[in-house]
Design a protein around this ligand. Structure first.
Ligand SMILES: NC(=O)c1ccc[n+]([C@@H]2O[C@H](COP(=O)([O-])OP(=O)(O)OC[C@H]3O[C@@H](n4cnc5c(N)ncnc54)[C@H](OP(=O)(O)O)[C@@H]3O)[C@@H](O)[C@H]2O)c1
Length: 247
């Protein structure tokens, strides 16, 4: 179980400002050869019921669930909390029954017909100025309770600022549910604290099949090092829990 419970405070060495952000935990299932989906980028349905329960537990611990538009386009839905014990646990902790589901998309080109928009969950969109304008023109306001805008350069989200916005809105703990493009962007900005990876017993292969971390990659000497917190075998799957080591 993660020890991270509150917002993370760090000092920006350039400005000396204290930055607050939620703690972040990536939760992904992958094949034994390290793929999170097949070459067609199909929704990953290869994990067991035990992994689904693990994912739901991680979602239930979070104030917000963050995922990329690619993941939403692949699945069409999101993981909500439905197990009575987990709903009760959230109630006892004074949390709303569902964490807020935050979709990140620079373009905001998201199909409003997706079943996600009929799920009984709070939804926020994290996007750029262009994306916000696009979405507001073509979709109903009610689809997202809140639209957060954060630009770095044109068409790219400023993740440090975006996570600060989430902290300001009261989110202390965020579960990052993929995909690899989003995880790479957060990792490149040093904004990931923990990884949960479930190794599943199948081989997907394929040079272009997605992996937990996409982007342009890190040279070995620059790669972030992890500390293994736990490794648990359940049936044919291995649940690995890592914390990022400080640089
Ligand atoms: N096995 C698992 O546990 C698991 C979990 C999740 C996903 N997956 C798989 O992963 C695949 C999807 O992953 P993916 O890497 O293609 O997509 P992704 O990371 O889910 O989403 C990528 C999209 O998110 C937005 N985005 C991400 N980073 C951004 C940034 N820094 N700035 C602005 N926008 C950003 C962009 O949206 P716009 O294009 O709209 O601008 C981008 O195209 C699917 O095949 C899915 O099945 C597997």
């Amino acid at each position: 179980m993660s020890k991270l419970t509150g917002t993370i405070a760090s000092v920006n060495m350039t400005t000396n400002l204290i930055l607050q952000r939620p703690s972040t935990t990536v939760v992904l299932a992958m094949s034994t050869d390290g793929k999170i989906a097949d070459v067609k980028r199909s929704p990953a349905r290869f994990a067991s019921e035990a992994d689904q329960a693990h994912l739901e537990r991680q979602v239930a611990l979070a104030d917000g669930v963050l995922f990329g538009a690619g993941t939403l386009r692949a699945y069409g839905t999101t993981m909500s909390v439905s197990t009575p014990q987990l709903l009760e646990q959230r109630q006892q902790q004074g949390k709303p029954s569902q964490p807020v589901q935050i979709v990140c998309s620079a373009s905001a080109k998201i199909d409003p017909e997706l079943r996600f928009f009929r799920q009984s969950v709070p939804r926020w969109l994290l996007t750029t100025t262009t994306g916000a304008e696009y979405w507001q023109k073509q979709a109903k306001e009610t689809f997202f309770e809140r639209i957060l805008v954060s630009n770095a350069t044109v068409g790219v989200i400023n993740w440090t600022e975006a996570l600060q916005q989430l902290a300001t809105l009261g989110l202390k703990r965020v579960a990052v549910l993929g995909g690899g493009t989003l995880v790479a962007a957060l990792l490149a900005s040093d904004l990931i604290d923990e990884f949960w990876l479930t190794v599943c017993p199948l081989v997907l292969g394929g040079t272009s099949a997605p992996t937990p971390v996409e982007g342009s990659g890190f040279l070995e000497h620059q790669a972030r090092r992890l500390q293994l917190l736990s490794a648990q075998t359940v049936g044919q799957e291995v649940f690995l829990h890592y914390r990022l080591q400080p640089r």
